[in-house]
Design a protein around this ligand. Structure first.
Ligand SMILES: NC(=O)c1ccc[n+]([C@@H]2O[C@H](COP(=O)([O-])OP(=O)(O)OC[C@H]3O[C@@H](n4cnc5c(N)ncnc54)[C@H](OP(=O)(O)O)[C@@H]3O)[C@@H](O)[C@H]2O)c1
Length: 243
């Protein structure tokens, strides 16, 4: 039910963090995993080699125009698309610059649409496909310094529900997972401050931050046959933080 043998999965932003863990999980369950990052081929190659032989590497900066075409030229069609890469500027709402606004919208929202436009037609043609976006607990629980980041994730969720309805007829499911606080390189520095970490942990009912692997089971479910009747959902993986 969870076997992905014969499927090709592109996981954006899989050079580290949650994306890397998702790529490893999908590969462990039979998929060919395409490891993607914005600039360092060597970094992605190392991750691919760690995961195993059934892997490939693709490089594209999703903040640049033409990024979807550039990525597609390197990968060809995929059966599974996991839109995980994102950028985040932690800044009070009244200090966010236009440039920071544009970059978050470009990478977190516009590239999601462009990549779906590129990769969905093959999925529709073969009457099977899986698209999973990675959102955030902040779609549900605001953080005062990440208003624009949260807005991009909420916008992406709107795309998910809209496209889920339209692509279902072609056997393509479109879902989102919303992680809570997950220990990744992105928040390593913030969580190394014990005072801040304790405040954060008080807001998480299970009492601990998640690991990158905590985000993988839900993605595997949504990408496999076990998830074929699930589309348009937001699966929250946050230890109860949004409650
Ligand atoms: N960590 C958390 O607590 C948390 C919570 C909620 C949601 N999330 C979401 O989960 C996802 C993964 O988060 P993470 O913490 O694992 O992130 P991370 O450690 O910062 O890794 C980000 C990944 O995205 C890639 N990336 C960044 N900018 C890019 C660009 N312009 N073009 C292409 N790729 C780019 C990076 O590749 P390069 O290094 O090559 O640029 C890297 O592989 C994100 O969507 C994030 O918003 C994370």
């Amino acid at each position: 039910m969870f076997d992905l043998t014969g499927k090709t999965a592109l996981i954006t932003g899989s050079s580290q963090g949650i994306g890397k863990a998702i790529a490893k999980c999908l590969a462990d369950n039979g998929a060919k995993a395409i490891i993607h990052g914005s600039s360092s081929y060597e970094k992605c190659r190392k991750v691919a080699d760690e995961i195993g032989e059934n892997t490939a590497v693709a490089i594209a900066d999703l903040s640049l125009d033409g990024c979807a075409e550039k990525l597609y030229e390197q990968t060809g069609n995929a059966d599974i698309l996991v839109l995980n890469a994102s950028v985040q500027f932690r800044r009070p709402w009244d200090e966010i610059t236009g440039e920071e606004f544009d970059k978050q919208v470009r990478v977190n929202l516009k590239s999601s649409l462009e990549l779906i436009q590129k990769y969905a037609p093959h999925m529709q043609e073969q009457k099977w496909g899986r698209i999973v976006t990675i959102g955030s607990v902040q779609q549900h629980k605001p953080h005062k310094d990440m208003a624009v980041y949260a807005a991009t994730k909420a916008g992406q969720m709107s795309l998910v529900t809209n496209l889920a309805k339209q692509l279902a007829v072609d056997g393509v499911t479109v879902n989102n997972i919303s992680p809570g606080v997950i220990a990744t390189p992105r928040n390593e520095e913030a969580l190394s401050d014990n005072e801040y970490r304790n405040i954060v942990l008080k807001g998480i009912p299970v009492g601990f931050e998640g690991t990158e692997e905590d985000c993988t089971g839900s993605v595997l479910l949504l990408c496999s046959e076990a998830g074929r009747y699930i589309t348009g959902i937001d699966l929250i993986v946050d230890g109860g933080m949004s409650l």
